[in-house]
Design a protein around this ligand. Sequence first.
Ligand SMILES: NC(=O)c1ccc[n+]([C@@H]2O[C@H](COP(=O)([O-])OP(=O)(O)OC[C@H]3O[C@@H](n4cnc5c(N)ncnc54)[C@H](O)[C@@H]3O)[C@@H](O)[C@H]2O)c1
Length: 335
Amino acid sequence: MHWVMGAHKKILVTGAAGFIGYHVCHQLLQQGKQVVGIDNLSDYYDVVLKENRILRLKKSPQFLFQKLDLSHRPSIEYLFQNHDIQQVIHLGAQAGVRYSIQNPHIYVESNVVGFLNILEGCRHSRVEHLVFASSSSVYGNNRDMPFRVSQNVDHPVSLYAATKKSNELMAHTYSHLYNLPITGLRFFTVYGPWGRPDMAPFLFASSIFHEQPIKVFNYGDMKRDFTYVDDIVEGVIQVLDHLPKPIFSFDHQVKTLTPGCSNVPYRIYNIGNNKPVDLMEFIEVLEQAIGKKAKKNFCQCSLVMSKKHLLTLAIFIKRLVLRLKLRSKSAFLNS
Ligand SMILES: NC(=O)c1ccc[n+]([C@@H]2O[C@H](COP(=O)([O-])OP(=O)(O)OC[C@H]3O[C@@H](n4cnc5c(N)ncnc54)[C@H](O)[C@@H]3O)[C@@H](O)[C@H]2O)c1
C-alpha cells in the first residue's frame, strides 16, 4: 500500500510544550514546516516553563497549538479528523522514572492509552510516518554494554520503562497490521537550554547555587551518557524523512528477526552521544560554571531500580550514524 503525501506537509508534534518537543517544533518551524503542537501542560514540573515554550513557538504563524490530553480518545480522533496530518512526531509522555513509583496510573493513561490513540489516528489518517520517543530505560536489567537495539529488552525495572517497551510492541503491531511506517528512538539522558527541572543537570545546578547538599549515588562511581538536545532534534528530523523499510522482501522466508528491525516498516534506533561522562567530572563542570563547590553527600542508591538506572549508560549509535550521517557534535564537557 502506498500513501500519498501532500505538497505542504503538516506535522503533528505531541508534547510540544515539553523540553524536546519545544526544540523539535522550533527547528521544524525554522525549516518553514507547518506544525500542529499538542500538549496537556501537565503539572509534573513547572507549568509556566511549558507555557513560555509555547509562547515562543506561537510567534511563528506556521505553528498551531492545542491543549489536549493524549489519553482523551474523542479529542485525539477529532484532531486527526480536522487536520491533514502527514507526519507525526510523538514526544508527549509522562516522563521520569522515580515519579512512576508514586504515580503509576498516569503512566499507563498518558503513555499507553495515549499512544494507542496516536496509533489509531495515524492508522485512520494514513499518516506517512510516525516517529516516537522511546527511552534507554528499556534496557532495564541488561548488563551487556554498550546497549544495542539487537539486545533483548524484556527486563524493565520501572513502570515508565515498561510503558516505553509497550509502545515499541504496539508500534510493531500497527506497522504489521496496517503497513504503517513507524520509527522508535531510544533517547539517552538529554540536556540543554529550556531543559527539564526534574533532571540531573538542573537539580544539581540548583542545589549548588543554593548551597544545598547533592546526593552522589554509588559514591560517585558511575558514568552517564548525556545527549545535547540539538543532536536529538537533528536525529528526529532526519529520521522523519527516512521511512523505515522492511528488511526482508515479501517472498523471502523470514527465519530470524532481531528486536530492532522487522519484515514490516518498523525500526528502533538508539540515539545519543556515545560519550559517557564520569559523574564526578559532571559535578566538577557544574562547580566551575557556577563558581561554587558542591556539598556532596556520598551514598549508595536508595532505590532498587535507581541503582541500575544510574549505572553506565553507554550506547551504540553506530547504525544511526551510518544511516543518517548524524553529526555527533555534542559533548557535555564542550557545552
Ligand atoms: N529528556 C530525556 O532525557 C529523555 C530520555 C529518554 C526518553 N525521553 C522521552 O522523550 C519524550 C520527551 O521528553 P522530554 O524530556 O521533552 O519530557 P517533557 O516532560 O519535558 O515533555 C513531555 C510533554 O508531554 C506532555 N504530556 C504528558 N502527558 C500528556 C498527556 N496525557 N497528554 C498530552 N501531553 C502530555 C507534558 O506536559 C510535557 O510537556 C518523552 O516521551 C520522554 O519519555 C526523554
